[in-house]
Design a protein around this ligand. Structure first.
Ligand SMILES: [Zn+2]
Length: 238
């Protein structure tokens, strides 16, 4: 198997694992919505926010860990050794609270003043707030890849990885290819976006900087087996 092929296999396994994590986050958040009573919005919103934030923080940590593991395996295969990932697991509580409140209770309140049917409006707010929570959870992995490739001297950036059914916004961004510069460091993602990213390494980095036995072609059987076990774990995880 060529290095490029191996890298894309690993990238796809990681993308799918993050997408599943996103789906699981949405399911969690659809459930926490039961804490909201549309007729007592002001009283019930704080507890919903508290529980939802806890759920998202947990999922975000999982997303960041998954990305860190992915970075380790990718770099091992490309460069021959690992680089300590910059793990971005802490959720931005202020930004998250704003996202959840605006897409959930505030949107519902607005719909109620417009005399929309309550059940339908509540269902919409439930879905849109869950989608925004998913974005905050998956930011853990996305930011881990962006920050690590920025810190890693052997990395030259990352590229966006989409599913076959990506929206136009995401397809356009993916078509731009590698992201190198400071200005585009932050991963642009809309709510419900399932895009991931792939680290890109400087060709031949290992040739000049590292001793030959660490080179990819000389990976030990144990290192290769470890990489394969991790990829299998991503594929199998739910
Ligand atoms: Zn996307």
């Amino acid at each position: 198997v060529s290095a490029t092929l191996e890298a894309s296999r690993i990238t796809e396994a990681h993308r799918l694992a993050q997408a599943r994590l996103g789906v699981a986050t949405v399911a969690d958040l659809l459930a926490t919505w039961s804490l909201i009573d549309p007729k007592r919005l002001d009283e019930t919103t704080p507890n919903w926010l508290l529980v939802s934030t806890r759920v998202i923080q947990q999922r975000r940590t999982e997303s960041a860990r998954l990305a860190a593991d992915f970075l380790n395996v990718s770099r091992l295969l490309a460069v021959g050794e690992m680089f300590a990932p910059v793990v971005m697991s802490a959720v931005d509580v202020t930004a998250l609270t704003t996202s959840l409140t605006v897409t959930g209770p505030v949107a519902l309140k607005q719909a109620m003043t417009l005399a929309r049917p309550l059940a339908a409006a509540a269902e919409t707010a439930q879905a849109t707030s869950a989608a925004s929570g998913m974005r905050h959870a998956l930011a853990g992995g996305r930011e881990t890849i962006a920050e690590t490739t920025k810190a890693d001297p052997a990395a030259r950036g990352y590229r966006r990885v989409t599913s076959g059914s990506a929206c136009k916004f995401c397809s356009n961004l993916a078509d731009r290819g590698a992201v190198y510069d400071e200005a585009t460091r932050h991963f642009a993602a809309h709510d419900s976006c399932s895009c991931s990213s792939q680290p890109l390494y400087i060709d031949g980095w290992g040739d000049t900087q590292r001793v030959a036995q660490f080179m990819r072609r000389d990976l030990t059987d144990a290192q290769r087996a470890d990489a394969n076990a991790r990829v299998r774990a991503w594929v199998g995880s739910s």
